[in-house]
Design a protein around this ligand. Structure first.
Ligand code: 5GP
Ligand code: SF4
Ligand code: MG
Length: 457
């Protein structure tokens, strides 16, 4: 998500801000701009560039904007362009736009209550629910209505909300998803990842705090607390895999944390080998850390073709069997005859790892030792990352040795949960702390205080 308040070129900057966060969602993109009197949307399916190609920024004039890239989770796979955010709602006198990241656990129940009370929901996304709760609120001020509505939500969320004359920024009481505030001259900017600030030359100011609602207007910034602050539970997968290495999350740089994961992994699970390599791009930092700690050379044993996009025509099964592999290629000169340590950031279904071990062996690697820079993922995520059922998780259904066998590696080890925490958390205060529920089953928030959230009721 990206938001900006108080800049002549709000929509254009939102485009750049989204572009720096393209990796967070590739299904759709959108912006809503306020010119002070009305809100104007522009959105579409596909990548940011595709969506904004057709955009006339002169028509999207205005000094405030919120923007979003879409990544759908199990709840809302369909929906098409109607589900692309920001979602825009009009009343007789006002408009309001909503952008949301995360997942609302009690969305089914809230949806039922809203529909029973007569609300008509336009989409199947949980993101729409807050809008209707706000609309139904009896509070006179929008900020109070939003605070009241947020108190009804259970789950992981960050929200950007735009009215003609105000912008609202909120994070859930545990701060599971990241959100930061920055400044660009006199303008305020907000983004899921600080990489969006760097691309437009904005400076980081601070994190949005767990349970905080910030109201931004021409009068400045006002902070409201809508929930008691709890122990921070920032998604550790943001560090492991999802975020860009140049982003800082909760004051910790993503690349630096990944490198530390590699260092911890080398301490925990060393192996006799000749060379260390990583799967581009997300595993490179951890591979560098592993190499540094183990004293083995880091080498580029695998390269990625960066031009494979979503519209790429995949080779037919027949050509695939002939060995047409488009995305990742081994570097034969590096791995041939060598004992290779292959670092990947995570194993979900196991398909990537299996493919890469095979590529390395075909290129002549003598041994392939797989080291994973995060703990085994044994539980589904209910907080907005698309790992939704136990069935698809290889580590939920197989022992480490069975996984080693399946992916064809000579040895396999995962980082421990302690090692992961050590790589991310500097000191254990209420302000720091991570969610690791997909690795431990310790869910920081459930709907009714049960051990594990559930979807289908
Ligand atoms: P697998 O192939 O085991 O299903 O997925 C793991 C690999 O895919 C990792 O290299 C990781 O970088 C990437 N990946 C793609 N989507 C996800 C996701 O939703 N979560 C995680 N942890 N990794 C993912
Ligand atoms: Fe992140 Fe895993 Fe927690 Fe989901 S369960 S929020 S992926 S750490
Ligand atoms: Mg990867």
């Amino acid at each position: 998500m990206f938001g900006i308040w108080g800049h002549e070129k709000a929509a254009e900057l939102a485009y750049y801000g989204l572009h720096a966060q393209q990796h967070r969602g590739q299904e759709g993109a959108g912006v809503a701009v306020s010119d002070g009197e009305k809100l104007k949307p522009h959105k579409g399916l596909g990548l940011v560039n595709d969506v904004f190609k057709s955009c006339d920024f002169k028509k999207l004039n205005g000094k405030a904007a919120i923007a979003h890239v879409r990544y759908s989770t199990q709840e809302d796979k369909e929906g098409g362009v109607d589900s692309v955010q920001p979602l825009l709602f009009h009343s007789q006198t006002k408009s309001i736009a909503f952008a949301h990241s995360g997942n609302i656990l009690n969305s089914h129940q809230l949806r039922r209550e809203l529909e029973d009370a007569g609300s008509i929901l336009q989409t199947s996304t949980d993101s729409e629910i807050l809008a209707h709760l706000v609309k139904r609120s009896k509070q006179a001020k929008t900020a109070d209505a939003i605070a009241e509505a947020l108190q009804k939500l259970i789950g992981a969320y960050t929200f950007l909300i735009l009215e003609e004359d105000k912008m609202y920024v909120a994070a859930d009481p545990r701060g599971i998803r990241p959100l930061s505030i920055g400044k660009l001259g006199d303008a305020f900017v907000v983004a899921s990842e600080t990489s969006a600030f760097d691309i437009i030359g904005a400076s980081f100011e601070r994190e949005v705090l767990p349970g905080e609602l910030i109201v931004i207007s021409d009068k400045g910034l006002e902070s409201i607390r809508f929930a008691m602050r709890e122990q921070r539970k920032l998604c550790s997968m943001e560090y492991v895999y999802l975020s860009r290495p140049d982003s800082d999350l909760n004051y910790v740089n993503v690349h630096a944390s990944r490198k530390k994961m590699g260092i911890e992994l080398a301490k925990e699970s060393p192996v006799e080998a000749d060379v260390v390599t990583g799967v581009p791009d997300s595993s490179i930092s951890a591979a560098i850390g592993y190499a540094e700690q183990s004293g083995l050379p880091y080498e580029m044993g695998i390269i990625k073709n960066r031009y494979i996009g979503r519209t790429f025509i995949q080779p037919s099964q027949e050509l695939r069997e002939q060995g047409v592999k488009m995305k990742l290629s081994p570097v034969r000169g590096i791995v041939e005859g060598k004992r290779v340590v292959m670092i990947d950031d995570s194993i979900v279904r196991g398909t990537t790892c299996k493919r890469i071990v095979k590529l390395l062996k075909e290129a002549g690697a003598k041994e392939v030792h797989v080291r994973i820079a995060s703990p085994a993922i044994t539980n589904p995520c209910f907080y907005g990352i698309d790992m939704s059922t136990k069935d698809e998780l290889i580590a939920a259904n197989n022992s480490i040795d069975e996984i080693r066998e399946i992916i064809g590696a000579d040895s396999l080890a995962f980082l421990s949960t302690e090692g992961l925490e050590h790589a991310i958390v500097k000191d254990k205060t209420i302000h720091q702390g991570i969610c690791n529920a997909c690795m431990t089953g310790n869910y920081p928030v459930t709907e009714h205080g049960e051990k594990e959230p559930s979807y289908f009721k």
